[in-house]
Ligand binder design. Structure first.
Ligand code: SF4
Ligand code: SF4
Length: 382
């Protein structure tokens, strides 16, 4: 099996000059931008813009990382664009809120169309043989993935592999959640998406990471690291080792290796740059138990409700805004107003809930988090 290279570069600030230097160094360590991108190619950058917020909130890929990578790509003669498809509304508004639109305009980097897409087949897929991909991805020659290091209750880590989910336009994403209720089927879909739109290279923003109730409402944690690789699986596995999380707990690791997308075992990863040990954060708050199969069916639902984690609303934080109810993709909804009383926090029907955590991602107050059950805690000794 071929070894994949992952570069780690220390960077303790988002100061643009410091990030430029670190990005230059990291990309040189994995072969140099000019070996990965050719002059005249149309390259689309895919930052993580789950929900456009001020860069200080740590939800989105930081503008300094975006700027540094964009500059290098332009320096290679590439025609650079960027895009993402937040689940909540059109991309442009979120790009503005994240501080990327203004920057991209100044740099002459065009916003690609991630709001609409076209159907493409994927005959070598593990599971999903046909995808609707964003026009901005299909109209480019290559994609550069710019994930942010954050926790996620469904896939455990939202890194490089999960970041590609934003290549599926808007509300189509929720259909994948509904069709692929089992987390391992969902992970196979993410892997398929990555083998279809395989990134040229990935640069992960781990300068300030998010722990706990990620990917939107967790706590910020400085890790002072940028990670670089052409292999998104190896990149995620290395990020896991930094936050002291077993890569096998991340649902896309083994499936990514099976699909030939990349490798996750440490013996197959060549680390270059600053030492991994210097970044390891043993008390990083993440879910460390493996995902359970959570598909539907009477017996499975019975087991799921007793063993699997589930979303829970902290009523003291809830403002009854209704965003979570709107985002719940199942029909009938698994989260709804109680007796149509929209003044009280909504309530869950866990039998219907597929644990997609769209409600948790959508909550502006951070009122929803994944909680393990008593039996689940005993079972996994978490
Ligand atoms: S209640 Fe939340 S986790 Fe459950 S299906 Fe709806 S959005 Fe997904
Ligand atoms: S999104 Fe959050 S604040 Fe809004 S109703 Fe749901 S739990 Fe309450």
């Amino acid at each position: 099996m071929n070894r994949s290279k992952v570069a780690l570069v220390r960077c303790e600030t988002y100061d643009p000059d410091a990030v430029n230097q670190a990005v230059h160094k990291g990309l040189d360590l994995i072969g140099g931008t000019s070996s990965l991108v050719k002059s005249g190619e149309r390259i689309v950058m895919k930052p993580n813009v789950l929900y456009g917020t001020n860069p200080d909130k740590g939800v989105c890929t930081h503008p300094s990382v975006f700027r540094a990578v964009g500059k290098l790509l332009q320096g290679c003669g590439a025609r650079v664009s960027y895009g993402d498809s937040p689940s909540f509304a059109g991309a442009e508004l979120h790009m503005k809120r994240a501080g990327l639109k203004q920057l991209a305009d100044e740099m002459g980097i065009e916003l690609a169309d991630f709001d609409k897409g076209r159907t493409v087949s994927h005959k070598d897929a593990l599971l999903i043989k046909s995808f609707v991909l964003a026009n901005g991805v299909l109209d480019s020659d290559g994609l550069v993935n710019l994930p942010k290091l954050k926790t996620h209750p469904l896939v455990r880590l939202t890194g490089a592999v999960k970041n590609q989910f934003g290549c599926v336009p808007g509300f189509l994403k929720s259909q994948y959640h509904v069709k692929l209720a089992d987390p391992y089927d969902f992970a196979a879909m993410l892997v398929d998406l990555n083998t279809l739109a395989r990134p040229r290279f990935c640069v992960m923003d781990g300068i300030v990471a998010m722990e706990g109730n990620g990917p939107r409402s967790g706590k910020l944690r400085k890790l002072n690291v940028l990670l670089f690789s052409t292999d998104p699986v190896a990149l995620d596995a290395t990020a896991c080792r930094i936050i002291f999380l077993d890569p096998e707990v991340v649902t896309t690791s083994k499936l990514g290796e099976k699909a030939g997308l990349g490798v996750y075992r440490s013996e197959n990863i060549e680390l270059v740059g600053d030492s991994l040990e210097s970044f390891i954060c043993r008390d990083f708050d993440a879910i460390r138990t493996p995902q359970e199969h959570c598909s539907q069916g009477r017996v499975k639902t019975f087991v799921k409700n007793r063993v699997c984690e589930r979303p829970v609303i902290d009523e003291a934080k809830c403002t009854s805004c209704g965003s979570c109810v709107k985002m719940c993709p199942v029909d009938p909804k698994a989260l709804d107003w109680r007796k149509s009383d929209e003044k009280k926090p909504p309530g869950y029907n866990y039998d219907r809930c597929i644990r997609c955590y769209c409600c948790q991602e959508s909550c502006p107050e951070g009122a929803i988090s994944a909680k393990s059950t008593v039996l689940g805690r005993l079972f996994f000794r978490a």
